[in-house]
Design a protein around this ligand. Structure first.
Ligand SMILES: [Zn+2]
Length: 125
């Protein structure tokens, strides 16, 4: 088995951090447009654009960032108390869906492949 040196947590955080940062940029842009100097003159559809961007970031975060072993939607754990804001907290040790250690290296191990394909036959032949 080849190892990549990238943990499952790093893999998730590598997607979660830019998506969360971009979502905050859209929120700030929305606030600037709503309460800024030009807020009264901005057309309503212009204000809607940062909202669409924010919604897109949230949808990607919820549906696009998944556990690399079981494909569970793991990114919402950041919304737990102490779960982190931009990244999964170190306090979260395991995937709640499959129980894999988040500090385990991402790799196309035989075990992960079998798990993705619907489990393995654990009974001896
Ligand atoms: Zn999992």
């Amino acid at each position: 088995m080849e190892t990549t040196g990238v943990t499952i947590r790093d893999h998730i955080n590598g997607k979660l951090f830019p998506a969360t940062c971009l979502a905050w940029v859209f929120i700030l842009l929305l606030l600037i447009l709503l309460w800024g100097e030009h807020g009264r003159h901005v057309l309503s559809w212009v204000v809607f654009l940062p909202f669409l961007g924010f919604a897109g970031c949230m949808l990607y975060t919820i549906f696009g960032i998944r556990c690399s072993v079981c494909r569970g939607r793991i990114s919402q754990l950041v919304y737990l108390p102490g779960g982190g804001i931009f990244r999964l907290s170190r306090k979260i040790k395991f995937c709640p869906f499959c129980g894999v250690d988040l500090d385990r290296e991402v790799g196309a191990s035989e075990e992960e492949r079998k798990h993705r394909e619907g489990g393995e036959d654990v009974l001896p032949a």
